[in-house]
Design a protein around this ligand. Sequence first.
Ligand code: FE2
Ligand code: FE2
Length: 222
Amino acid sequence: MQGIVKPRVCTLPFLAPLISRELCLNNTAAVVVSSIRQYAVVPPTCDPKEKAMLARMLRVDHAGEYGANRIYAGQMAVLGRTQIRPLIQEMWDQEKKHLAKFNEVLAENRIRPTALLPLWNCAGFALGAASALLGKEGAMACTVAVEESISEHYNSQIRALMEVDPDRYTELLQMIVEFRDDEMEHHDTGLANDAETVPGYWLLKNVIQAGCKAAIYASERV
Ligand SMILES: [Fe+2]
Ligand SMILES: [Fe+2]
């Protein structure tokens, strides 16, 4: 093996395709293979089954981020003049970025959003506002419930894409993993800010999560 330098292994597998791979032979000649892809997040496909799978996935993700934005808007409408404002604003700002990215991805790939957006608009705002009426703790309990559901949803998508073809979906996986990490951070922020102290926490959490499951189910199909 002397004289042969092994290809550099990227320690961040999701970034690997974005990085030019150096193959150095005999320590002298270097062949640089550029593997920057021609698309932003979703690989182009003519396979109707793959198209349908990706459309379903991205449509429900977009709906989730849209709903999350409306929930934070509702919380802000009630708690916007309290000390908790900066914390809610910070999480909301991240949701705005998530939604903007999914808007872009849907447009790029000509995927229509769910027809249920008007419903999620009202339901999200109402849930955010109602939870905030229970006080800061109520808003945080809502955040914990919703963010846990969204994190689990993203985790199931990550598992599915990894099973199908992790190389093909590298960029999409990278985006979902990043957003999943943000959602988990929001979840932890809720817990750190007394979510569990609101009266009826477990009931509230379970009711909200049942609603999230129903919303995910519907948004994948309509
Ligand atoms: Fe999000
Ligand atoms: Fe979030």
